[in-house]
Design a protein around this ligand. Sequence first.
Ligand SMILES: Cc1ncc(COP(=O)(O)O)c(C=O)c1O
Length: 401
Amino acid sequence: MTSDRDDPVYLDHAADTPMVPAALAAMAQAAARPGNAASLHGSGRRARRVLEESRESIGRDLGARPSEVVFTGGGTESVNLAIKGVFWARRAENPAATTVIASAVEHHAVLDAAEWLGEHEGATVVLLPVDGVGRVDPADLRSALEEAAGTVALVSVMWANNEVGTMQPIAELAAECARAGVPMHSDATQAAGHVPVDFDGSGLAALTIAAHKFGGPQGVGALLIGRNVACVPLAHGGGHERDLRSGTPNVAGAAGMAAALEVAVGRLDEEAARHAALRDRLIEGVRGIEGSVINGGAGHDVPALPAIAHVSFTDCEGDSLLMLLDARGIECATGSACSAGVARASHVLEAMRAAPDAARGSLRFSFGPESTDADVDRVLAALGQVVERARAAGLASTGAR
Ligand SMILES: Cc1ncc(COP(=O)(O)O)c(C=O)c1O
């Protein structure tokens, strides 16, 4: 077997993307000069200008007013600020408002923040079911809102799923929330820069983004939040960022995120079409492998992220598939989680009621700016044999069948 370790095929862009040159340049320029954006002297004013121009640029690219952009330390922090902050503010207004509604396929940043509110703040957490491709039915949200009428603090449903790529009917879900007078947050960490996102037109109260998913730096994100949405900060201090996120702002990080988003949004149509073609060719090739299952919206005519393909193979473990591909210089992600040494399907596939014998053997391939047809060829050339070997390894270790 030949190993191509020096030249890996990187197909894990949903975990992290390479920074685009414009973002690196913007960061280097901002970081090379001193200045706290809160200082009144010339250097401070220069830093403040870079920060505010970044805020304006991000607002322009996501249909938000600059004052609605709150810089944070990434997706997890933005989500926690939205879920906990809006919960606390709503409960302060109305002590009965203690229900948090979220979809069952949210990222753990959302699920664990909601669960924490359940354990420590007396919240009742309601998880909305999804269909076989991972979509929430707006009628289910309407029923949940009606059942918990008068007690709902907020709703959180992601724009697009990070494992299977399925997109949610955000406008319809936001309309249900508006009818019920309940603020809705959407985790758009995987969507921003990949599909059109228009915050002001969405009807949402708050929306999360993270720079490293669209060519910006890690550890930098934003919460877009309406001016009139009450939210209690997680951290207290100097009152930066509308008093929602105290701490010296990361000016270089904000500049890098704004530059990356501008590039991503500027070439969105072209890249979305290119990625969808790569994704669909990979999916077609995988269909030819015995015991394969295509998960999520892609391949099922349901709106999905163009850059994510999620596939399962019966009778093998995702970790084995991942390691065998890695040994052939192909880097992707597995959708299964290992709990106490026992591989099980991810909560997303469980919520989609995926057949357990296939769901454990799942892989996510996610494309980025440098992905090519040759990458898909490499995967398809390796995958059939990798699946066979993973199945054989599974049979040998269990002694079964
Ligand atoms: C949907 C979603 N939400 C939240 C996060 C967390 O973002 P971060 O790693 O920037 O904290 C991720 C990261 O993978 C994600 O995919």
